[in-house]
Design a binder for this molecule. Structure first.
Ligand code: NAP
Ligand code: ZN
Length: 350
């Protein structure tokens, strides 16, 4: 099936219309007409070659929502017309210890990414959600139960939502815990919403003075402009957990100093250039930890989607046409996104 898509032929080329081929629907496949696709900073890192190993042409997009248009004859969980989502993974070995525990993102053989992953389908690597349609193995398709009019704002939950939900849950964020969310972009604004909904005391850290009121409106109990040393000092030794979503290299010590004894700061941002090495004394004298976390498993993604549907949680979005993706990337690089761009995939037909 030929599908209209948007992608780039090289790191220094703008995104442009590309016709791609989707495989025929196999026995365990679900074919999806994509309604909306969120724009993650990972899309920008990948398509611009900021991470090693980008395969071109590159069609990004891993915050996919749409409607089922066909299912294979072995598919029992989905029917034509269902509202569904696809996140960052479209396959994994499904037999290693991690997959057995529902942690496909840590598949020991390596999960297959929604784009830039190995596949037998032409041209040999996966192509993502900046496209009219996609064909995905049923085990990697999620059910969406939000109201129909919320669908565009649900798309970012498939990456920004789960990437913040998974560490918040793993590190037991909830009532009685003081939690910091660093970087109020696509991931960070979901981190604030989810940590608040889980009942924690939430402090948002931003470099953008202009996001101060927004962060409170998103559910933060307090906001710190992290460039202001006095504001930072007031929070020394206060946090049980800090989730750091910053997409650029920065000084981690400024944040580890804010952790209590035994506190953890988990990094989810994957900047092009590494962070300066952390101060060891700041870690050992309080038994503080710096950790990392990768997206989330399929079962916990479904858990997060259901939690958000029940609580009425969606992302704050700016809808764009496919033709505006490069302009959106330029704004994302300036931390000027409120708070996630979402592509209206109907514009791919123009
Ligand atoms: P985003 O929307 O661009 O948000 C990143 C935020 O980081 C910005 O809004 C800004 O917030 C802050 N920031 C940017 N540059 C900064 C700098 N030089 N110093 C301090 N703060 C800075 O990006 P995103 O889509 O949320 O993605 C964030 C990162 O997570 C990216 O690196 C992405 O690749 C990565 N990611 C990782 C996973 C995973 O599984 N681990 C999944 C998805 C994405 P303020 O304006 O509030 O300061
Ligand atoms: Zn993402």
């Amino acid at each position: 099936m030929s599908t209209k898509a948007y992608g780039a032929y090289a790191a220094d080329k703008p995104l442009e219309p590309i016709a791609i081929e989707r495989r025929p629907v196999g026995a365990h496949d679900v074919a999806i007409a994509i309604a909306y696709c969120g724009v993650c900073h990972s899309d920008l890192h990948q398509v611009r070659g900021e991470w090693n190993g980008t395969l071109y042409p590159c069609v990004p997009g891993h915050e996919i929502v749409g409607h089922v248009t066909a299912v294979g004859d072995q598919v029992s969980k989905f029917s034509v017309g269902d509202v569904v989502g696809v996140g960052c993974m479209v396959d994994s070995c499904q037999s290693c210890a991690s997959c057995d525990e529902g942690l496909e993102q840590y598949c020991e053989k390596g999960f297959i990414g929604t784009y830039n992953g190995a596949t037998n389908d032409a041209p040999g690597h996966t192509m993502g959600g900046y496209a009219q349609a996609i064909v995905v193995k049923d085990d990697f398709v999620l059910k969406v139960s939000h109201a129909p009019e919320q669908l565009a704002a649900v798309a970012p939950l498939l990456c920004a939502g789960i990437t913040t939900w998974s560490p918040l849950r793993h590190w037991n964020v909830g009532p009685g815990k003081t939690v910091g969310i660093v970087g109020i972009g696509g991931l960070g604004h979901m981190g604030v919403k989810l940590a608040h909904a889980l009942g924690a005391h939430v402090v948002a850290f931003t470099t953008s003075e202009a996001k101060r009121q927004d962060a409170l409106d998103l559910g933060a109990d307090a906001v710190v402009v992290s460039r202001n040393a006095d504001e930072m000092a007031a929070y020394a030794d206060k946090f049980d957990f800090i989730l750091n979503t910053v997409a650029a290299s920065h000084d981690l010590d400024a944040f580890t100093a804010l952790l209590k004894r035994d506190g953890t700061m988990t990094l989810v941002g994957v900047p092009e250039h590494g962070h300066p090495a952390p101060n060891v004394a700041a870690l050992i004298f309080r038994r503080r930890a710096i950790a990392g976390s990768l997206i989330g498993g399929i079962a916990e993604t479904q858990e997060m989607l259901d939690f958000c549907a029940e609580k009425g949680i969606t992302a704050e979005i700016e809808m764009i046409a496919a033709q505006d993706i490069d302009a959106a990337y330029a704004r994302m690089q300036k931390s000027d996104v409120k708070y996630r761009f979402v592509i209206d995939n109907a514009t791919l037909t123009d």
